[in-house]
Design a binder for this molecule. Sequence first.
Ligand SMILES: O=P(O)(O)OC[C@H]1O[C@H](O)[C@H](O)[C@@H](O)[C@@H]1O
Length: 251
Amino acid sequence: MISFAKHTAHLISWIPEGHDEVMYLSTQAFMEAGKPIRGGVPICWPWFGSLENKPAHGFARINSWNTISENSFSLPEQLIQDEWGNKASLVFTVTEDGNKLKMELTTTNLDSSEFEFTQALHTYFKVSDINKVSIKGHDKQAYYDKVLDDNDIQKGTLIFNGETDRIYTTTASSLLIDPGLQREILITKKGSNSTVIWNPGPEKSVEMKDMPDDGYLTMCCVEAANTHLDPVTLQPGASHTIVQEITVSKF
Ligand SMILES: O=P(O)(O)OC[C@H]1O[C@H](O)[C@H](O)[C@@H](O)[C@@H]1O
């Protein structure tokens, strides 16, 4: 079963039949218009990260969307033009199939000149204990470490040891292994050459008003993205779709 926050395309819960909740949603999340929701799948668009005097991660995650059908939404085109200055359409569609969830975000250039954008499906996964989970799939891949402001290469399996904020340059899948919840989550994607892996760690968790002090212990983000390292350029009339597919298995 999938649930969305009211008037938005923000998925806040996914409970596949026979499984437990897959998404993390902070017990202190702000569930009000104009504020981002700490959990589920915020849609970062048309920029990922911060821009001076603009909302962090873009305006798509803090505005109302139109409903196309039960699991499909569009961001009003007038809002896009007013907030961004470019003519574009943005459609988000979610499909559930047993233990699989597919999320697709399509941007179409309705303008007469090309534009560039960045984005992320900023998925928050619920985990048993951040100190016990691991992520496979990124061995030997290059990443930008935002915490250290440095570039590095992943060695083996990723384990969390304090604040983690990395952009892996990759099209590969990630496998989140959670011994406490006895499940594996396979995260595959298309149309994305950046995978962002984020956990705020204890200090940042205390600083965030919309997360309990120990909130970092039970969440981790694995985000299909196009960041500043792989922005998308769209010609007039062209479309781009970023897809993130999640498969949950018990062990
Ligand atoms: O607090 P937010 O604006 O929701 O951002 C939460 C996080 O999003 C991404 O994962 C970024 O890589 C992080 O640097 C950022 O802290």
